[in-house]
Design a protein around this ligand. Structure first.
Ligand code: PHE
Length: 449
């Protein structure tokens, strides 16, 4: 399972595994002052390198909706949760995948989906990459915010860098005793939730959610059960705190906010769940969560603890809460954007709606080509992004056919170039598009039609 900044509408199935063309450059790569060897997995283009630390950390900047959202989540969950700012996004594949139990053949491990510095080092694809070291440093209750990187499609809700927040809480045996702190906290949160204008659908069977872990069944079934109870009360409280003020306005106070729990799978939790909220006519996937796999805590030196973890995408929530129509806007340096997201004097998340300052005309250009033997569409997206930066709004496959005689496959992608803050000159777009075509020909040997 892989939480995206927005519901990933998979336009085309992943076909082939492809190592990016930049793998031919074998010079070492210096990131944050540290030199890394490169190899056949290296696939970080310049446009992404610019976003690697010490790039601006949006969830900590003034005038950033992601900052408002981060601090609001921290406020709702309260001071018991330590707020942790993540270190560099350059992590070992051991921390990002192996320690979390990702199988060798997991799609997330492919260079088509992940940015690799080399075979053993990547840009973190999720904040869970920091679970192991955070637990090992003896943090027991925390919220960690970070930028994460994924190779992906291009549209108004997908950007190769986005932000996640990971939360976790673990306790020792005494806290799980009858009348102990976990039970007391559950009761307090559940009493609050009973007053809330919220309908919670939660009929997930344990089997569907992956079942209890063998070690918990054998040694601490009560702890695992209380962990799930605490997880659900905590996240229902969080979702209610975040969405209720907006929902009350939009539904004109009529209906209760609707939340549902669905079964999920993550290699690092069991049982595992996803939480969805009914908002503007659809179920919005908010977060993934579950009981931390005990071997992770054991290896982190917390063998005497049991607990939960969750991970959520900040952009996805901010886009619906504040009606931000395009994910590129978070990176805009235009004052017309940031001036709308000043912190309100009373410190609470404002009931603010982004007012678009203008919509400049789109400029569409098509790319038609014969598919070479090995090609992944993420390579095309990456090339467009690398040449055009934030001037590309959307890339979509609009046609696909197989030649009846030669059996060769042809595809046509439509690129929509549009700036968020100015009118684009035709000549400028033509030059960008020519650069895209040139690189596709040279680096991927695409036969442009
Ligand atoms: N890391 C998961 C993702 O990005 C989310 C998650 C975090 C799930 C923690 C469970 C526990 O999809």
């Amino acid at each position: 399972m892989w939480l995206r900044p927005a519901c990933a509408v998979q336009r085309l199935a992943v076909r082939t595994l492809h190592v990016s063309a930049s793998s031919t450059q074998r010079a070492p790569l210096t990131l944050n002052g540290i030199e890394h060897p490169t190899d056949d997995y290296t696939n970080i283009p310049a446009s992404i390198l610019r976003r690697v630390h010490p790039a601006p950390q949006l969830p900590y900047l003034d005038g950033q909706p992601l900052n408002l959202l981060r601090t609001e989540i921290e406020r709702i969950l309260g001071p018991k949760y330590e707020s942790i700012r993540a270190p560099s996004p350059v992590v070992s594949t051991r921390l990002n995948f192996d320690e979390l139990g990702f199988p060798e053949d997991h799609p997330g491990r492919r260079p088509s989906d992940t940015y690799f510095v080399n075979r053993g080092t990547c840009l973190r694809t999720h904040t869970s990459a920091h679970q192991m070291e955070t637990f090992r440093a003896n943090h027991l209750r925390w919220l960690l915010t970070a930028d994460v990187f994924r190779r992906d499609e291009i549209d108004s809700s997908h950007y190769p860098v986005f932000h996640q927040m990971e939360g976790a809480s673990v306790w020792d045996e005494a806290a799980f005793a009858p009348g102990g702190s976990v039970e007391k906290e559950c009761e307090a949160m559940e009493a609050q939730l009973a007053q809330a204008q919220m309908e919670i659908a939660d009929d997930v069977s344990l089997d569907e959610a992956g079942g209890w872990q063998p070690q918990h069944l054998a040694q601490s079934p009560r702890a695992a059960e209380l962990t799930v109870r605490h997880l659900k009360a905590t996240l229902n409280t969080l979702v209610y705190g975040l969405f209720q003020p907006r929902w009350a306005v939009e539904s004109e106070g009529g209906e209760p906010l609707k939340v549902r729990w669905i079964p999920a799978f993550f290699p690092f939790t069991s049982p595992s769940f996803e939480v969805e909220v009914w908002f503007r006519g659809k179920w919005l996937e908010i977060l993934g969560c579950g009981v931390v796999q005990q071997p992770i805590l054991n290896r982190a030196g917390l063998a005497d603890k049991v607990g939960w973890a969750f991970g959520l995408g900040l952009e996805r929530i901010a886009m619906v809460l504040f009606s931000i129509p395009d994910i590129r806007l978070f990176w805009s340096e235009d004052r017309r954007f940031s001036s709308q997201f000043c912190r309100p004097a009373d410190g609470t998340l404002p009931l603010m709606t982004f007012k678009p300052y203008s919509k400049y005309p789109p400029c569409y250009k098509d790319i038609s080509f014969w598919l070479p033997g090995s090609f992944h569409e993420n390579d095309l997206f990456e090339t467009v992004r690398d040449c055009a930066g934030d001037l590309v709004e959307d890339v979509a496959c609009i046609d696909q056919f197989v030649h009846p005689k030669t059996k060769r496959e042809s595809r046509c992608y439509r690129v929509n170039y549009r700036s968020m803050d100015r009118n684009l000159e035709n000549e400028h777009v033509n030059a960008l598009h020519a650069a895209v075509l040139d690189r596709l020909r040279r680096e991927f040997r695409l036969e442009i039609r």
